[in-house]
Design a protein around this ligand. Structure first.
Ligand SMILES: Nc1ncnc2c1ncn2[C@@H]1O[C@H](COP(=O)(O)OP(=O)(O)OP(=O)(O)O)[C@@H](O)[C@H]1O
Ligand SMILES: [Mg+2]
Length: 411
C-alpha cells in the first residue's frame, strides 16, 4: 500500500502546555489553581470556572490518523477547536505546519482554515435546496473557484466516498450515512493537508459506521492526509487510529499506539476503558509471530524431528519459500513409531494460512484446531509461524494486566 512507504514522523500539529479555561476571568484565580496542579473539579469548585483543557501536550505527525478519545466533557472538541482557532486559548502554544495559530487573525486566519484544513462534524448539515455536487463544492464556491473547476474537484471528492452517482441528487434523497459521506467529500474537495473530524461517524448505525471507518482508512492510504479524529468510542479509536490520545477532565491521560494502549494502559482509568474492548480485534499477528525456521523438504523424517526441536510443529517450504506442508510433533512421532523414515508421508497439507497484519480475532477459529498457522506474504512466501496457544495466551495476558490494577485507582 502507498501509505506504508510514507514516513510518519514529520510533525504537522503541535499543542504545547495548552490550557483553556471557560468563564469570566480565565486568566485569574482559576488559571493559578490549574497551574498549581489542581484538577478540573477542584478548579471549578474553588473558582467557578470550567477547565476545558488542562496542560495538554500532543503532536500529530504528517500522514497519521491521530485519535483523541474520551468521555463526554473530557475536552476533545475544545482541543480540536484550538487547532483552527475556533477557540482562543488561555495559555500555551498551538502550531500547525510551523504557524503559530494564536497569532492568526482576520483574512490570514480565514485563508489558513480554508487552505490547510477541512472539518467534518457529527451532524453534518447539507443545504436542502442544493444538489449533492453543489453541496460538496460549496466551500470552493465561497473561494470563488470557477464552476467547471469546482465541479471537477467535487466529483473527485464524491468518487472518493463512493457517491459520484448521486451528484445530481438532492439531500433528502440520501440516507443519513450518505449525507455524512457528503460531509467528508466537502472536506476533501479543497484537498486540504489536514482533516479535523469531530465525532464524524458517531451518529451512524454500527454497520454504516464500520464502512465509513474502512473508507476513511482507504482514503488515508491513498491521499496521506493528516487526520485529527475525535471519538468517544474506544473501539473506533483503536480501529482507525495510528496513535490514540486518551483524555479525562481536560487532561491527557495517555498517548500511544492502539497496541500500547491495550497492553500497557498507563492508568487504572485507561485500563478500565480497555476492559470493554475486544482485544483480539486490535492485536495483529506479527506481534506474536514465531521465528521463521522452516524445514527442508529433502530432510529424512529423523532429521526433521531433530530440526523441529521443542517446537510443536514447523512448515516445510519449496524452493520459492512457499509452505507446502506442516509437520507437527504428534504426526512426526506417530510416523516414526510406525517405522517410517519418509518426511513427506508425515506432512499435513490442510494447514491454515494468515497474513502478518491479520488480527488475532481473524485467526481465532483457525487457532482452535490447535495447529501452527503459516504466516505468508502477498506472494505466498512463508514469513513466520503462529502458535495457536499464543493467541489465547496473548488475550489472557492483556486481561491479567487489567486485573492487576487496584480498584481504588479507578475512582
Ligand atoms: N463555550 C463553552 N463555555 C463554557 N464551558 C464550555 C464551553 N465549551 C466547552 N465547555 C466545557 O469544557 C469541557 C470540555 O468540553 P468539550 O466540548 O471539549 O468536551 P467533549 O470531550 O468534546 O465532549 P462531548 O463528547 O460531549 O462532545 C466541558 O466541561 C464543557 O462543559
Ligand atoms: Mg465534543
Amino acid at each position: 500500500m502507498v501509505g506504508e512507504q510514507v514516513a510518519h514522523g514529520e510533525e504537522l500539529i503541535r499543542l504545547n502546555e495548552v490550557y483553556k479555561i471557560f468563564g469570566p476571568q480565565p486568566r485569574g484565580r482559576a488559571f493559578d489553581l490549574a497551574r498549581q496542579g489542581l484538577g478540573k473539579n477542584e478548579v471549578q469548585r474553588l473558582s467557578g470556572h470550567v477547565m476545558g483543557l488542562d496542560n495538554v501536550n500532543f503532536s500529530v505527525n504528517k500522514g497519521e490518523i491521530f485519535v483523541v478519545m474520551g468521555l463526554s466533557g473530557s475536552g476533545k472538541s475544545t482541543a480540536i477547536r484550538t487547532v483552527n482557532k475556533l477557540h482562543d486559548i488561555t495559555h500555551g502554544e498551538v502550531f500547525v505546519d510551523g504557524v503559530d495559530v494564536q497569532e492568526l487573525a482576520g483574512p490570514d486566519l480565514q485563508a489558513f482554515r480554508r487552505e490547510k484544513m477541512g472539518m467534518v462534524f457529527q451532524h453534518f448539515a447539507l443545504f436542502p435546496h442544493r444538489n449533492i455536487i453543489d453541496n460538496t463544492g460549496y466551500g470552493l464556491k465561497v473561494q470563488k473557484m470557477a464552476k467547471h473547476e469546482r465541479d471537477a474537484a467535487s466529483m473527485k471528492a464524491l468518487s472518493l466516498v463512493g457517491l459520484e452517482a448521486y451528484a445530481d441528487s438532492m439531500p433528502n434523497q440520501l440516507s443519513g450515512g450518505m449525507q455524512q459521506r457528503v460531509g467528508l467529500a466537502r472536506a476533501l474537495a479543497s484537498d486540504p493537508d489536514i482533516l479535523l473530524m469531530d465525532e464524524a461517524f458517531s451518529a451512524l448505525d454500527p454497520l454504516i459506521r464500520r464502512q465509513m471507518q474502512d473508507e476513511l482508512m482507504d482514503i488515508q492510504d491513498e491521499l496521506q492526509k493528516t487526520i485529527l479524529f475525535i471519538t468517544h468510542d474506544l473501539n473506533e479509536a483503536l480501529r482507525v487510529g495510528n496513535r490514540v490520545c486518551i483524555m479525562k477532565d481536560g487532561a491527557v491521560v495517555q498517548i500511544g499506539t492502539p497496541e500500547e494502549i491495550l497492553t500497557q494502559p498507563a492508568t487504572g482509568y485507561v485500563a478500565e476503558f480497555v476492559q470493554d474492548v475486544d482485544q483480539g480485534r486490535v492485536i495483529q499477528v506479527h506481534e506474536i509471530m514465531g521465528a521463521l525456521d522452516p524445514l527442508d523438504a529433502k530432510l529424512s523424517l529423523d532429521d526433521a524431528i531433530k530440526a523441529l526441536g521443542s517446537r510443536p510443529g514447523a512448515f516445510v517450504v519449496d524452493e520459492s519459500g512457499k509452505p507446502t506442508g506442516l509437520l507437527t510433533r504428534d504426526d512426526a512421532t506417530r510416523a516414526e513409531s510406525m517405522g517410517s523414515s519418509d518426511l513427506s508421508a508425515a506432512l499435513r497439507t490442510d494447514f491454515e494460512v494468515t497474513a502478518k497484519t491479520a488480527t488475532l480475532n481473524e485467526n481465532y477459529q483457525a487457532a482452535g484446531r490447535g495447529l501452527p498457522i503459516a504466516i505468508v506474504d502477498a506472494k505466498g512466501v512463508l514469513e513466520g509461524t503462529l502458535d495457536p496457544r499464543e493467541i489465547l495466551e496473548e488475550m489472557g495476558r492483556v486481561e491479567t494486566l487489567i486485573d492487576g490494577f487496584e480498584r481504588e485507582v479507578f475512582m
